[in-house]
Design a protein around this ligand. Structure first.
Ligand SMILES: O=C(CO)COP(=O)(O)O
Ligand SMILES: O=C[C@H](O)COP(=O)(O)O
Ligand SMILES: [Zn+2]
Ligand SMILES: [Zn+2]
Length: 358
């Protein structure tokens, strides 16, 4: 039995998202969530998932969404981020089934000041629901982790009550991911905030579970966005086991892993940290920085290797009148970036045990 016996190929919504994460948690694997910013990077991720026979999460950040629509657009009211997220969702929906893999279509961190972006996506979900009886996206993340805990949870409850009837999954963050995320610089936050306490996780569970079981928690265990010199980050994925135990005890001793947990800042993590996290019920691990770099590597190497064919439209080492069109066509050099990005996505899948799962 595999994932396709449980959920269909293409973009998943509603209980299918939970069925996928449930299957992953039970079978001790997790699904990488890769940030995409263009149809090219989205296709590279889908291609990798297809080749390795794995379900996948594609996510757009607020900045990535704006890029998807075009950096030339004004974004003072989040209008480009809203348009770009919708454009990304329609692109991914259009091609996902052709790749034959189940896809979770997700939006990444949304801090308080970015809520107009969230509101715009949710309006698009509601409109799509009217026509198709399912939301446009599979899932959205709210990240009010910088705000007081009560306000964070209250805001999640408010939005989740609107999301759940549409069949939308909610990912929320409690405890702070260090490093940088769009418009939010967490490089100097208090160290304790980087490690969420089990009581806080249970409080979130208590608030959200009565609304719907379709939610996950990004509890901080020292996570940091970006890649830094070794030793800068002290990940403690074993803390996630304490969250599961605490909530399990409060629920009367079962199930042993009641929580769907999310691992932010996957780039640069060791194989051991990743497998410990997965054993403790992480079902989704976000990877951005490493796949950004991987996309560059193919393009960088192409340009360095073909430099003498790229300096003018006509004329290269083979002759002063030789045309260079086939060397500077973006379908050639962007494709090399897609290949190296896809290879890094496959590595993330392997690290998470997400191979041959269909
Ligand atoms: O958590 C992430 C996106 O939300 C990705 O983090 P990295 O860029 O460190 O992989
Ligand atoms: O939040 C972390 C992700 O890496 C998104 O990054 P971004 O906001 O620069 O697109
Ligand atoms: Zn955050
Ligand atoms: Zn993150």
């Amino acid at each position: 039995m595999g994932v396709l016996d449980i959920v269909p190929a293409g973009v998943l919504t509603g209980d299918n998202v939970r069925k996928l994460f449930d299957y992953a948690r039970k079978n001790k694997f997790a699904i990488p969530a890769i940030n995409v910013t263009s149809s090219s990077s989205a296709n590279a991720v889908l291609e990798a998932a297809r080749d390795i026979k794995a379900p996948i999460v594609l996510q757009v950040s607020q900045g990535g969404s704006a890029f998807f629509a075009g950096k030339g657009l004004a974004n003072d009211k989040q209008q480009a981020s809203i348009t770009g997220a919708i454009a990304a969702a329609h692109h991914i929906r259009t091609v996902a089934e052709s790749y034959g893999v189940p896809v979770v279509l997700h939006s990444d961190h949304c801090a308080k000041k970015l809520l107009p972006w969230f509101d715009g996506m949710l309006a698009a979900d509601e409109e799509y629901f009217k026509a198709h009886q399912e939301p446009l996206f599979s899932s959205h993340m709210l990240d009010l982790s910088e705000d007081p805990k009560a306000e964070n949870i209250e805001t999640c409850v408010k939005y989740f009550k609107r999301m759940a009837p549409l069949g939308l999954w909610l990912e929320m963050e409690i405890g702070i991911t260090g490093g940088e995320e769009d418009g939010v610089d967490n490089t100097g936050v208090d160290n304790a905030a980087l490690y969420t306490q089990p009581e806080d996780v249970y409080e979130v569970y208590q608030a959200l579970n009565p609304i719907s079981p379709n939610f996950s928690i990004a509890a901080a265990f020292g996570n940091v966005h970006g890649v830094y010199k070794p030793g800068n980050v002290k990940l403690q994925p074993e803390l996630l086991g304490r969250h599961q135990e605490y909530t399990c005890d409060k629920l009367g001793g079962s199930p042993a892993q009641p929580l769907y947990l999310v691992f932010h800042g996957g780039s640069g993590s060791t194989k051991e940290e990743i497998s410990t996290a997965v054993n403790h019920g992480v079902v989704k691990m976000n990877v951005d920085t490493d796949t950004q770099f991987a996309y560059l590597v193919g393009i960088r190497d192409y340009v360095l290797k073909k430099k003498d064919y790229l300096m003018s439209q006509v004329g290269n080492p083979e002759g002063a009148d030789k045309p260079n069109k086939k060397f500077y066509d973006p379908r050639v050099w962007v494709r090399d970036g897609e290949k190296t990005m896809a290879a890094r996505v496959k590595e993330a899948c392997k690290d998470l045990g997400n191979v041959d799962r269909l």
